[in-house]
Unconditional design. Sequence first.
Lengths: 571, 172
Amino acid sequence: MRATRWGACCAGLLVGLLVGPAGVVVAQEEGAPAEEGAPGRITGNVQLLWQSYAPDSLIGAVVPPEKSALNAYGNLIYTRGNFSAGMRYESYLNAVVGFPGRFKGTGVGYRFARYSDPEVGLDITLGNFYEQFGSGIVLRSYEERALGIDNALDGFRLILTPVPGLELKALIGKQRLDFNDGLILGPGLVRAVDAQLSLNDLREAWSVRDLRVNVGGNFVSRFQAGSTIAKDTLVLTLPQNVAAWSYRLGVQRGRWSGNVEYATKINDPSADNQYVYRKGEALLVDLAYAQRGFGWVLNAKTVDNMSFRSDRNVLLFDLPINYIPAITKQHTYNLAATLYPYATVVAGESSIGGELYYTVPKETWLGGRYGTRVTLNVAAANGLDTTRLQGVEGATMGFQRNSWGFGPSKFVRDVNVLLERKVNADLKLKYAYFYLEFNTLATPVTTTFKGLVYADIHVLEAQWKTAPKQSLRAEVQGLFTEQDKGDWATALVEYTWSPHWFASVMDQYNYGNSDAGARVHYLYGAVGYTDGPHRLAVGYGKRREGIFCIGGVCRAVPASNGFEVTFTSSF
Amino acid sequence: MRPMNALSNTLRAGLALSALFLLTLPSWGQKLPSVTLRDLNGKSVNTASLAQNGAPTLVCFWATWCSPCKRELNAYMEHYAEWQKRTGVRIVAVSIDDARSTSRVAPYVSSVDWDYQVLLDPNKEFARAMQVINVPHTFLVDGKGQIVWQHNNYADGDEDEVFQQLLKYGRK
């Protein structure tokens, strides 16, 4: 009841601010400084996504009964001195296709009050907050709005900086699970502490040293009321309190830098691990080198049973306490990004990857007049090296891991190279090649094929400055594979007229599908207008069924056909 | 079921509060919020201290996986020396790469030879405080520390408008 009243109050607030952003923008463009004694300042943003849905049996388009859908978000932060308070008003009327359908209604999905005084090293937050310890392998609350992911904590957080270089964090709260006219929290309680020590900041004399060292550690505990489950002939008691912790070290010297984090979690029977009592472990290592015109990074990561949620019985995107990044690069070209995107197998995987950047000097044969940029990226992940246990031990512990290295099951191989060259003042060319081996059993991104997909992807991109402030960008892409849906081609043309206008047309064509009826063109066009921090775009066409990923987390989006309007504004 | 008049009362309260805010809005300027980030050397940097005294600062949010962001910052780099000379501007590039790609930021920045101050915002704490929805998003902070202009997205040629804004707010 209280949350709904909060929502009504903030609805009024939001209406006022939606009506008045023009005034705010004028105020900023004039650059008027804050007057002495002003009551504070307010900032905000608004994001709207509206889609319409038309029947299209050719692509199996989804048409919800309401025929159109809207996701809307309004965010406000009020700041005065060291105090700030904010809220996010959300509407799902109804949620757009591809979002969790259970997100419903209108209300406040996030609100907080915070006092932060850097002078005395005190920072207190009440209400909702996002937080990350180290790499996030033990605790990360974050929002990926485009995927409908939001595991914000709701509770209390204290951050202390008793001496420069030492930061202590303590928090307690429950996590956001759902939205139905307001925030709905999960059942588990999260308690956590973290300490970060930057040795170079402890003493003035150390701050200028070439060698920089950061160390940290954390402890996170989840409480969820216990219960028992029946498994085979056994009745198992589930632990109510589950702890996880990690240690991290970061070292930098000159051109070199390295980071390592080791994490472990005590027995945590859950839906993710088929309710076995094994402990979890993770090891993340990276090493990087950077100099002018050249740099590389190597990553290695093994995660074993490190799915950690504030409800042991949920799966997929619900209530994760931690974040396990994928080893592969987040690709941006359409066919490489959306058909076979890799996400970490949370049950366990071992992986290595790396990336190399080199700019071939200009005025050389390979470098040309402006220099040629080369990016080489590799990633490989396998299942863990394990031995399955038998009998009662098998039912309660599952398997034992023999090493940190690769097991026999191949999950992904991704090798890609990107060449970028500026031909003259008006023309830039790019060529990219991707070699992919992708196990759709490990990462089930398609229902039409189970096994290893072998694919080659070629991309050619040209960007031509047609006139001052006007630019034409074109992409031609081809994905070639014998498996799954066969070959694909994509063509994209985009015209921009700075600083306001853009128009684009894209066609994806599954010309190699063994089912002749599925050889469909997915044509989509859009026009947009940008004015400073405000952007409006209108699109129309077929939206392909596919996997939409951000940061190694992916969501399946069904096919649809219709209009799409997006509006974003910050003020 | 809550009575309708209770709902309308709270709605009215919200509208009244918003009217109060709107009346005072024209007098409010924005400054950079205080968030502690790390630079590529692992050194702590408070974002409230990024503004220069008497010269403008461009704060650009970007990520290694964002093509328009890289096009924007590479385009600015071609003009940076001249912009600095004429306006005194300093560019701060804030990466929102998360744990998946944070380690790629330093090698990429070196390979393209950006002469910017680069900060890491892996859980988007600064981006949220600045009301950033999508990247690229660029803010211009004047020599008095006020955010005077901002721009979302990047199209070829936007650097001309950035330069015009820098001339307007830059060192005279």
